[in-house]
Each structure stands twice: as C-alpha cells, then as structure tokens.
Design a protein around this ligand. Structure first.
Ligand code: URA
Length: 278
C-alpha cells in the first residue's frame, strides 16, 4: 500500500459518513412546509396505503364484470398457469420462479396489470424489504419501489448503510390493484406463496415489512402498525422488523423518527446475526 493510500481512504470514509449524515438529516427533516394538498399529491404519485376505507367494487359491478364478455373469455393460452405451476415451492431458483409467474393469472389482477413486479435486488441478500403492492410507477416499470416512496426507501437504506442493490425488495402482491385499492383476500391468497418461495430461496437473515398491510399479512395479525413496530417479530424462524411505509412518511412527517428508530433496530439485528453467521 502506498503512503498516500491511507489518507485517501480516510478522506473517502469521511465523505461517505458526511453523505450518510446528510441523508439522515433529509429523512428526519420536518416537511410540514409542504401544504397538505402538495403532500397528498406527492403521496398519490406513489402507492399509498389509503387512509380512507378500501374502494371495493359494488356487488352490482362485480356481477356485471363477471358476466361481461371480456371476463368470460378465456385468457390467451400462453398466459395460463398450468396446474403443475400452481406450487411455487417446486421452483429451485428465483429466475425460474420469476419466469414462470410473470404471466400469472392466478387472480383478477393479472388482467389489468401492465407488468408483473416480481422483486429486485441481490438473490443472496441478507436483508429483505417487503411492501404492499406495486403502484402506478412500479406497474409501468416492472420494478418495486421506483416512485417517490421508493426514492425515500433508497435514502432510508443508505442512512443505515445498506445499498439498494445489496438487499432484496419485493411486495406481498406482484400486480397493481387498479386505482391502488386495497389488496383483496383472494389476491393475497393467490400471491403469497410466490413471496414465501422468494424468501425460502433468498434465505435472508432479517426481514423488514413496510406499512401496516405487509406487517399484518406476514405476521397473520390484525394490529395497527404503531403497535407492531419498535420490536422484532418472527416470520417462520426469521426475525422481522415492521416499520411505516415510506409513502406514509411522505404524508406524515411525524412518522419519520419512529421509522428511523426501526431501521436502526433492523441494522442492529442484521449486524448481530451477520456476526454469528461468519
Ligand atoms: N408501495 C409498495 O408497497 N410497493 C411498491 O412497490 C411501491 C409502492
């Protein structure tokens, strides 16, 4: 190593820490300067866990949809999931799993999505983040968390020294619910085995759920996120840290601090487990 190598790497380390400190400051910054309309508009650009009651189609609309010629028509043969494909557990790699299900029609969302949003990141990730479902940007681009909420998520990861490309990011649902409505039980039932297999194949050391919906689904409970966050839970033997959804932070800046505490807890849990692993 040359004489200059040490000071240079120190400078790089100082600059990295400065960058992280700036990101933390950004995350914790009170954005109440944003007018409520601007904040809502910003949140609407990404998928937001709706504050209002879920928008379900009326029974009349459902009957109409069921009897309409388009829903009665069989889907194109190439997109039908064959019976043997119904068990995600049989796929031995993420690529195989992705390839098989990208044409998935296990639920109605397969008819309205633009892209099947499988997941993104390292197949060897030690930390995995799980959101609710793709929003408009994710549906268009085929990648989870790419809108405003996704950009905030990337900053949050950086603040605890995780890089987006080193972790794995997926959603409970792989297809966008029209109009960002709440996922329905039959959609969750159809999609959840794919996520379960992703987790089995990746074998992360620790999971982090984003928002109430993901936490409730993974933990099989009905509690609110403020009750679930702040501690480590268990998902099939894997520690799980629930926190707020980044889209929620764009609407309500007072949730930034608890989120910051949660991701620090996640980092500590990861560090502890990574140490015992090596
Ligand atoms: N919100 C989610 O829950 N998932 C995404 O991929 C994007 C926004």
């Amino acid at each position: 190593m040359s004489d200059h190598a040490h000071p240079t790497s120190e400078l790089q380390e100082i600059s990295r820490r400065l960058q992280v400190a700036m990101e933390i400051q950004w995350i914790l910054r009170d954005e109440s300067g944003l007018s409520p309309v601007a904040a809502l508009k910003r949140a609407a650009e990404s998928r937001v866990v709706p504050a209002a009651a879920p928008r379900r189609p009326s029974p009349a609309a459902r009957v109409e949809a069921a009897s309409s010629p388009s829903s009665a028509a069989p889907p194109p043969a190439a997109t039908v999931i064959q019976p043997w494909q119904n068990d995600p557990a049989r796929f031995a790699s993420l690529d195989e799993l992705h390839e098989t299900y990208q044409a998935c029609l296990r639920c109605e969302l397969g008819k309205t999505r633009k892209n099947f949003v499988f997941g993104v990141g390292s197949p060897k990730a030690r930390v995995m983040f799980i959101g609710e479902a793709p929003g408009r940007d994710e549906d268009l681009q085929g990648e989870p968390f790419v809108g405003a909420a996704g950009q905030l998520l990337t900053k949050i990861l950086g603040a605890v020294d995780f890089k987006r490309e080193d972790v794995y990011i997926a959603n409970i649902l792989k297809c966008r619910p029209p109009g960002n409505r709440d996922p329905q039980p039959e959609e969750i039932a159809a999609c959840e085995p794919i996520l379960r297999r992703q987790i089995e194949l990746i074998q992360p050391l620790v999971l982090c759920t984003l928002g109430a919906f993901a936490a409730r689904t993974m933990l099989g409970v009905n509690s609110g996120i403020s009750r679930l966050r702040g501690r480590v839970h268990d998902y099939r033997g894997i520690p799980l840290v629930p926190t707020y959804h980044p889209a929620a932070l764009l609407r309500n800046a007072s949730w930034k601090r608890p989120t910051w505490e949660d991701v620090q807890l996640l980092r500590r849990e990861y560090d502890r487990l990574a140490k015992t692993e090596s």
